[in-house]
Design a protein around this ligand. Sequence first.
Ligand code: SF4
Length: 195
Amino acid sequence: MGLPCVFIRLSGCNLRCRYCDTAYAWSEGYDMPVSEIVREVLEFRCGLTLITGGEPLIQPNSTHLAQALIDLGLKTLVETNGSIDISNLPEKTIRIIDVKCPGSGEVDQFYWGNLGFLKPSDEVKFVISNRHDYEWTRNFVHQNLAVFSGQILLSAAFGKLDPKELVSWILEDNLNVRFQLQLHKVIWEPTKRKV
Ligand code: SF4
């Protein structure tokens, strides 16, 4: 968090989370060849890029895009909603896998096989809407991520849970996770795009 990064937002999503702040990505967008996307990314002269959505993995070419960026020496992250198999992504991709909590309305969509593909360079992320989500996440972390050595990220659903509350719960439980803020919403207006 805090590093300059070029976001590549792909269109379309197979989920409908209650707190979604990028619903415009469900349908907005236009076709671009991978070569054109890469060319535009390079114009930013930034060594870090994140492929997100929507849900990027519903587009088969997202793996080719990641490979093209990696081949050019860019540190490449892919953020996915956790419902789709991540194993086809190039080895050097850093995967950020959302695990949808009950408050999202999409808790049943998690693809459990993804837990078997996790690498230490990956990150597992939970967006927390309320105390029930927090307790559910705490159990998930204890039961399924006890041996995972990558980052575990917890953030408060914007406008649904006060970040102070989430931080106090994490500290009370001494939970070994990283708290995360949507930094762009703190710096700019929450709905501002292309920042
Ligand atoms: S997975 Fe992401 S883009 Fe899709 S509905 Fe949920 S929050 Fe929105």
